[in-house]
Design a protein around this ligand. Structure first.
Ligand SMILES: *[C@@H]1O[C@H](CO)[C@@H](O)[C@H](O)[C@H]1NC(C)=O
Ligand SMILES: *[C@@H]1O[C@H](CO)[C@@H](O)[C@H](O)[C@H]1NC(C)=O
Ligand SMILES: *[C@@H]1O[C@H](CO)[C@@H](O)[C@H](O)[C@H]1NC(C)=O
Ligand SMILES: *[C@@H]1O[C@H](CO)[C@@H](O)[C@H](O)[C@H]1NC(C)=O
Ligand SMILES: *[C@@H]1O[C@H](CO)[C@@H](O)[C@H](O)[C@H]1NC(C)=O
Length: 451
């Protein structure tokens, strides 16, 4: 503990100093725009393309549709021109974020803020830079060695280790696998925060919560807290709203690949760009990026054991099922949707948050090369993308005071899906029967026999 306090004091001094450096979004705004006609759509597409705007929803101007709202970050220098054009074409809009830089500054940990000196050395309700997440992983496996081990999956483009945590109850029995990755897109900071929260929840509760006890008898949980480590670090040091990895293209004039367009699932066919300056650049080939390859190799080697593949993103409030690249439904579509709908109901019970469930291509937009589609295509039955809070009020700049409620509700949803999978594949693994729950158990049993 002395060591950890020392490290945190050191980080506390060093990191906020660096945080103050960035201010490239002063006066930028995020607008919500509602095109009504196909004429509006064309006008908006042209504006976004010529002004090179950072589209937040949808990501590609070709996906703009009449009647569907669009969220876009507009640099201060283009605001007047854009608003002028919108007014001229009678396209309605409203300002979601009045000053992007101000919003960013207020979501950063404050220098000398209390979280740097929490006795346990870690706060789950602030965003953490990568050095702290590395340190957190080390601490977690050191202090929970009966359940958690840490392993390397491979290296990133900039040669950083991609560690995952394996949560596994010791047993002689062969177990199946639940996979969860966070942080494939750099700016979606709530995602790594959730992976950390989820690990904490299991560790805090596995001895007492009968549901967790039950699934850990059959399932190991593998968690990769930050998939796109290079991009995540870049979003802390240089460009908060960076999305992609950091690989160099076109002789180092163009950076980053959208790792969630780089998997070998109908790669490069739709909803992805082959231009490396695009936010959705799909790379130079399927698995061209070391991060993608590391995940794909790892999962492929274990694919007959992986029952569930979860990848956590923000924002939009969706639980998305395959497929993204085509409108055909997955062969086990009914099961996928049933589990996800249960999860969405449980999620809503927590804080009233609405999530939409359905196939990506039908409820969101078409995209190819996603890890979710790829995982399902190689035979993993339960494959989902979660898009966490919110629906655009803060978008990628979700304030830290929403970390806790977001993680609480998402934990409930993910637990619900894992329980569903556990019940489906291990129908006889009763929740530990105590005299208190015996009657309930018998009733459930009889209902099942009768139905
Ligand atoms: C990563 O390490 C390899 C082997 O040492 C080296 O060739 C490569 O240049 C490194 N990449 C970066 C981006 O530093
Ligand atoms: C990259 O550099 C090489 C060598 O200078 C050159 O031949 C090539 O055309 C460049 N490629 C691009 C895409 O600019
Ligand atoms: C991608 O999938 C196709 C079809 O299954 C396969 O032929 C190809 O070798 C795969 N490519 C990579 C890079 O794994
Ligand atoms: C890629 O996109 C950039 C920015 O939109 C554009 O300037 C460039 O011409 C495009 N490159 C190609 C090869 O289309
Ligand atoms: C959730 O969705 C339902 C139905 O679409 C709607 O009536 C309700 O107002 C929504 N709740 C919130 C909190 O947005």
């Amino acid at each position: 503990m002395k060591l950890s306090l020392g490290v945190f004091c050191l980080l506390g001094v060093l990191i906020p100093g660096r945080i103050g450096l960035r201010s490239q979004y002063v006066g930028d705004q995020v607008l919500r725009v509602l095109p009504q006609t196909s004429e509006n759509v064309k006008q908006l597409q042209q504006l976004c393309d010529t002004l090179l705007l950072d589209l937040w929803k949808p990501l590609l101007s070709e996906d703009i549709q009449a009647g569907e709202e669009l969220h876009v970050r507009v640099p201060a220098s283009s605001l007047q021109e854009l608003k002028g054009s919108l007014n001229q074409h009678l396209i309605s809009y409203e300002v979601l974020i009045r000053d992007v830089q101000e919003q960013l500054d207020s979501s950063m940990p404050r220098k000398g803020g209390s979280h740097w000196r929490v006795p346990e050395g870690y706060s789950y309700t602030v965003y953490h830079p990568m050095e702290e997440i590395y340190h957190w992983m080390y601490q977690i496996k050191e202090s929970n060695s009966e359940l958690v081990t840490q392993h390397s999956l491979g290296m990133t483009y900039e040669n950083r280790s991609m560690y995952y945590l394996k949560i596994s109850q010791p047993s002689n029995k062969a177990k199946k696998i639940i996979w969860m990755d966070c942080g494939i897109h750099a700016r979606e900071w709530i995602s790594p925060a959730f992976c950390q929260w989820f690990v904490k929840e299991i560790l805090q509760n596995y001895k007492t919560d009968p549901k967790i006890k039950s699934f850990l008898q059959n399932l190991d949980v593998y968690i990769l807290p930050v998939l796109n480590i290079d991009g995540y670090i870049y979003s802390w040091t240089t460009e908060r709203l960076w999305r992609k990895s950091r690989s160099a293209h076109v002789n180092g004039t163009c950076f980053g690949t959208d790792l969630n367009r780089n998997f070998n699932g109908s790669w490069g066919s739709i909803g992805a760009s082959h231009n490396c300056s695009s936010l959705t650049f799909c790379g130079t080939g399927p698995e061209s990026e070391p991060e993608t390859k590391a995940v794909a190799r790892f999962i492929e080697e274990r694919k007959s054991d992986v029952l569930c593949f979860l990848t956590i993103h923000s924002y939009g409030q969706y639980i998305l099922t395959p497929y993204g690249y085509k409108t055909d439904l997955a062969s086990n579509h009914q099961d996928l949707v049933e589990a996800a709908e249960k999860a969405a109901v449980a999620l809503k019970e927590k804080h009233g948050t609405n999530f939409t469930v359905g196939p990506t291509s039908l409820v969101l937009y078409k995209n190819s090369g996603s890890s979710r589609d790829w995982a399902h295509m190689i035979g993993i039955p339960f494959s989902y993308t979660f898009e966490l809070r919110d629906k655009g009020a803060y978008g990628f700049i979700l304030p830290p005071d929403q970390i806790q409620p977001t993680c609480e509700e998402t934990t409930t949803a993910v637990m619900t899906i894992i329980e569903y999978v556990n019940q489906k594949y291990f129908p006889n693994s009763a929740v530990a029967v105590t005299s208190g729950s015996l009657w309930l158990w018998l009733i459930v049993l009889f209902t099942r026999i009768l139905s």
